[in-house]
Design a protein around this ligand. Structure first.
Ligand SMILES: [Zn+2]
Ligand SMILES: [Zn+2]
Length: 250
């Protein structure tokens, strides 16, 4: 079984030019699961070796544009490519209107889209296709935003925070995670500013990984920071700071 993460966009809405907007492709065997689809996500996917026809589901964390604006681009391009599956979009129920408005931008919708709206309680089963099982939890960002715990059957567990300030629920779900993909919008030292904006710092992410013994921490949604190395070790935790289109094998 091959499990890989493709970083299609590693920045937030405000950030350096070389980081585009939030999007990660999780590839399990041939299937592709997208975690958020910020602007330019589809274009970046085209730059990889990934086949868009293998997209199985799109998971959205919240309705900020840096996480959802590629949605119509995916649907229109998948239609043009002859996508014959039903495109599954999983999102919190409060995003319903935003998804509808984005899909309304498409004049000729050729792809069958199935939107699963989540109630938004902690531990809600979001998806299960026998290969990957996903639960959702409330993030501490805008009022209606989610974090996802993804279990690749018999292999490993990944937690994806989306946008969030540090919170107790995240600490709980990270306990049994092998990989933590954590937002790191702010530099260390800017905790007060980050938390009041519903975000985290690099320091918050590392502190959590160390406390919960997470072996692999991946930082993403990175804002303006000093230049960071691609990877470094803190205690027993390996910290990755992927650039655009980097691939991490799990
Ligand atoms: Zn964001
Ligand atoms: Zn956001």
């Amino acid at each position: 079984m091959t499990i890989k993460l493709y970083f299609l966009g590693t920045g937030g809405w405000v950030g350096p030019a070389f980081r585009t907007y939030s999007s990660i492709a999780l590839k399990v065997n041939e299937n592709i699961y997208l975690l958020d689809v910020g602007e330019s996500s589809f274009k970046n996917l085209q730059k990889t070796c990934l086949n868009p026809l293998n997209i199985t589901a799109i998971f959205l964390t919240h309705a900020h544009g840096d996480h959802i604006l590629s949605l119509p681009t995916y649907v229109i391009n998948l239609g043009a490519l002859g996508y014959e599956r039903v495109l599954k979009i999983i999102a919190p129920k409060w995003v319903k209107e935003s998804i509808r408005n984005l899909l309304d931008l498409i004049t000729n919708l050729k792809v069958k889209v199935e939107v699963k709206l989540l109630e938004g309680y902690d531990g809600e089963l979001a998806f299960d296709n026998g290969e990957v099982k996903v639960w959702s939890y409330r993030a501490k960002h805008i009022e209606n935003s989610l974090m996802y715990k993804i279990h690749v059957k018999n292999k490993l567990t990944i937690v994806y925070t989306g946008d969030t300030a540090p919170n107790k629920t995240l600490e709980e779900i990270v306990k049994d995670a092998d990989v933590l993909i954590h937002e790191a919008t702010f530099m260390w030292g800017f905790e007060k500013m980050a938390h009041s904006a519903g975000h985290s710092t690099i320091h918050d992410a590392i502190k959590l990984a160390l406390k919960m013994n997470v072996k692999k921490l991946i930082l993403t949604h990175i804002g303006f920071t000093l230049k960071l190395p691609g990877s470094f070790k803190v205690g027993k935790t390996v910290v990755y700071v992927p650039n655009e289109l980097d691939v991490i094998s799990l």
